[in-house]
Design a protein around this ligand. Structure first.
Ligand code: ADP
Length: 185
């Protein structure tokens, strides 16, 4: 499964609940990058300033990173929820060829839909270190430019399901569950 949604849509929180409920691996590329920054690895050094400025880490870094992880035994056995990947057309094409070579198929790509005005309010309120007003605007701009077009890409493949991300966390999770159960049936 893939989950897409603007920064601040609640994607991270809902992803944890989905992974727990369905027993799949939660692969958040943002978490992988933050861990690399914390550990001071080469990847972390490359990613840190890009992340802080609200930019996107290069496809040449991100695609091999996911490719390396996605074929591992736990994911092959339990399935995976991709959170934060793909974010660009090249990453989507990369994902398609990775899955093809593994003999796997996507179940669903969920668009957790929350309007720009609402997510901006939410992010200003959460006060994460990389949530400066400038970085938020840049990340949301990149989302519209690079990631929103992927919604069409998934829709063309019959994989897109849009879920309203407004409301109580458990109500949103209920909507997600309904969509996923339908696709798994
Ligand atoms: P957010 O949804 O708030 O951007 P994430 O945890 O998904 O938070 O990602 C944090 C940062 O990590 C992004 O702003 C970006 O710089 C980088 N990042 C994460 N995933 C990707 C990706 N697939 N491609 C490029 N950069 C990424």
């Amino acid at each position: 499964m893939v989950i897409l949604g603007r920064q601040g849509s609640g994607k991270g929180t809902q992803s944890l609940r989905i992974a727990e409920h369905y027993g799949c691996v939660h692969l958040s590329t943002g978490d992988v990058l933050r861990a690399a920054v914390a550990e001071g690895t080469e990847l972390g050094r490359q990613a840190e300033s890009i992340m802080n400025s609200g930019g996107l880490v290069g496809d040449d870094v991100m695609i091999p990173l996911v490719q390396e992880r996605i074929g591992k035994d736990d994911i092959m056995a339990k399935g995976v929820l991709l959170d934060g990947f793909p974010r660009t057309a090249d990453q989507a094409n990369g994902l398609e060829s990775m899955l093809e070579s593994l003999g796997q198929e996507l179940t669903v790509a969920i668009n957790l839909d929350v309007a720009v005005e609402e997510v901006t309010q939410r992010m200003m309120a959460r006060g994460r270190e990389d949530d400066t007003e400038e970085a938020i605007a840049r990340r949301l701009g990149l989302y519209e430019a690079e990631t929103a077009p992927l919604l069409d890409w998934f829709a063309e493949r019959g994989l897109l399901a849009t879920v309203d991300g407004l409301g109580e966390e458990s109500d949103v999770f209920g909507r997600l569950q309904a969509v996923i159960d339908q696709r798994l049936a």
